[in-house]
Write a protein that binds this ligand. Structure first.
Ligand code: FEO
Length: 176
């Protein structure tokens, strides 16, 4: 069974993951509005990934005879200056999530809670992917600059991402 402190911390992370989902859904809407459907689709897939992250922790809490709770959520930002601004925010957001996961891991280690340690090892690997993906697009958008053709090319490329997130499916399979 989970300790109360670990249960509270995991419930907080459920809230954080669902908040991340809403941030990405808001970003998806921003791209749709800017006639960049490929970026919008990529962000929509990211939204679904974050929902899956939240549910993964939510189910784990209940599986451990704890009590997962549903929180209210803060309204995410809705406006950004440019596609680069969106992805820089996304990258910084993921860095913050990485720090949260690392703190959770430290707590699980302190409490010798081995199942939670195993759960969080998946998230630690996932955060490496999350930061890598966001940073790559930041760098590509910097290269593109104000070149509309390059942005449209990137839009086409990002639109090829599968709904739900290809990486997510692979990661979940390998974690099973
Ligand atoms: Fe669930 Fe993007 O971290």
């Amino acid at each position: 069974m989970l300790s109360q402190s670990l249960q509270d911390a995991l419930n907080e992370q459920v809230k954080n993951e669902f908040y991340s989902a809403h941030v990405y859904l808001s970003m998806s809407s921003w791209f749709d509005d800017k006639a960049l459907p490929g970026f919008a689709k990529w962000m929509r897939a990211q939204y679904q990934e974050e929902l899956a992250h939240g549910l993964r922790i939510f189910d784990f809490i209940n599986d451990r005879d704890g009590r997962a709770v549903v929180h209210g959520f803060d309204t995410p930002p809705a406006e950004w200056k440019s596609p680069l601004d969106v992805f820089e925010n996304s990258y910084h957001h993921e860095q913050k999530v990485t720090a949260m996961i690392n703190n959770l891991y430290a707590l699980a280690v302190k409490e010798n809670d081995y199942p939670t340690i195993v759960l969080l090892q998946w998230f630690i690997s996932e955060q490496v992917e999350e930061e890598k993906n966001a940073k790559l697009i930041v760098d590509q958008l910097k290269m593109a600059g104000d070149n509309g053709s390059a942005i449209l090319l990137l839009d086409r490329e990002l639109g090829a991402r599968k709904a739900g997130g290809e990486n997510e499916t692979k990661s979940l399979d390998s974690a099973a």
